[in-house]
Design a binder for this molecule. Structure first.
Ligand SMILES: Nc1ncnc2c1ncn2[C@@H]1O[C@H](COP(=O)(O)OP(=O)(O)O)[C@@H](O)[C@H]1O
Ligand SMILES: [Mg+2]
Length: 265
């Protein structure tokens, strides 16, 4: 069955009161953000989605796919599970070289041209991270940013999961706005737990969490879209500065001013 739509029905916050947002739906092509302070329940919310909550988790939430109860094989057969969750603390347990790990996954998934799908996965991962992933390096030796980039690329390209949940990728040294632009090309549902204003405003809508409950659903207005275009320029400028510092160079006022001048607002 193709997943076209996923709906989450609200349950209860930490204090047991009903969530203000009673339900929301995401359809293919949607990008959604979950925002709110640490401890407000963002990870819990995406875990409920990944678990296909059916009033059987502490929040009492419920998930439907295509306006129907979730099919049994989605729940019990891992190869049919349509959701990839890239969590905050993902680490690889396998010390296989990257290329072997990807080969196994692509083969299990029945990929027709394993070599080309691996090339695509690696080049996608390398566009997401600033530190290129060499195909012969062991999975356990990847940095946090490389690990998450590889997992995202693997889920998108090889796993072909229609729904991808990402928990706070911005701390992992991923080029976030570029990642979002790239991900948009794939027709999927992306849910970002994020503290990053660019990611939040590049989303179609965002859910604001408070005290374990979905408090508000805010659709990104055209005005916010205009703001984010400017914010991205600042973001890219900061990334350039970061690169200068990381590579051991010094930042002069003139370099700063040069960079600042090219902002177009
Ligand atoms: N709706 C809820 N009902 C009961 N407990 C909740 C609920 N939402 C979150 N919690 C609990 O609150 C704590 C923090 O939630 P978490 O999802 O980790 O927050 P965040 O990811 O925003 O930092 C966790 O222990 C979690 O189990
Ligand atoms: Mg969290």
């Amino acid at each position: 069955m193709d997943v076209n739509k996923i709906t989450l029905f609200g349950g209860f916050g930490k204090d047991g009161s009903a969530e203000k947002v009673r339900k929301f739906s995401m359809t293919v092509g949607d990008i959604v953000s979950i925002v709110g302070p640490t401890g407000c329940g963002k990870t819990t919310l995406i875990n409920d989605i990944e678990l296909f909550a059916n009033e059987n988790t502490p929040s009492g939430r419920r998930v439907e796919i295509n306006d129907m109860p979730v099919p049994e094989d989605f729940i019990f057969d891992p190869s049919h599970h349509p959701i990839a969750l890239i969590s905050q603390h993902t680490n690889f347990l396998s010390d296989l070289p990257v290329v072997e790990f990807l080969t196994i996954h692509a083969t299990v998934r029945g990929a027709k041209n394993v070599e080309s799908i691996i090339t695509e996965t690696l080049s996608f991962a390398n566009e997401l991270t600033g530190e290129a992933i060499m195909q012969d390096i062991a999975m356990t030796e990847l940095s946090g940013g490389q690990t998450r980039s590889l997992l995202i690329a693997d889920a998108v390209v090889i796993g072909n999961s229609p729904i991808i949940l990402l928990d706070e990728i911005e701390n992992a040294g991923i080029h976030r706005t570029k990642a979002l632009e790239l991900l948009k090309k794939y027709k999927k549902i992306f849910v970002f737990v994020t503290h990053d204003p660019c990611i939040a405003l590049m989303s179609d809508f965002r859910i604001v969490m408070k005290n374990g409950a979905m408090q508000q659903l805010i659709i990104t207005r055209p005005e916010e879209k205009n703001v984010v275009a400017k914010m991205k320029q600042i973001d890219d400028m900061m990334l350039d500065f970061r690169q200068i510092i990381r590579s051991g160079d010094e930042l002069s006022e003139s370099i700063f001013n040069e960079n600042f001048k090219v902002l177009t607002f």
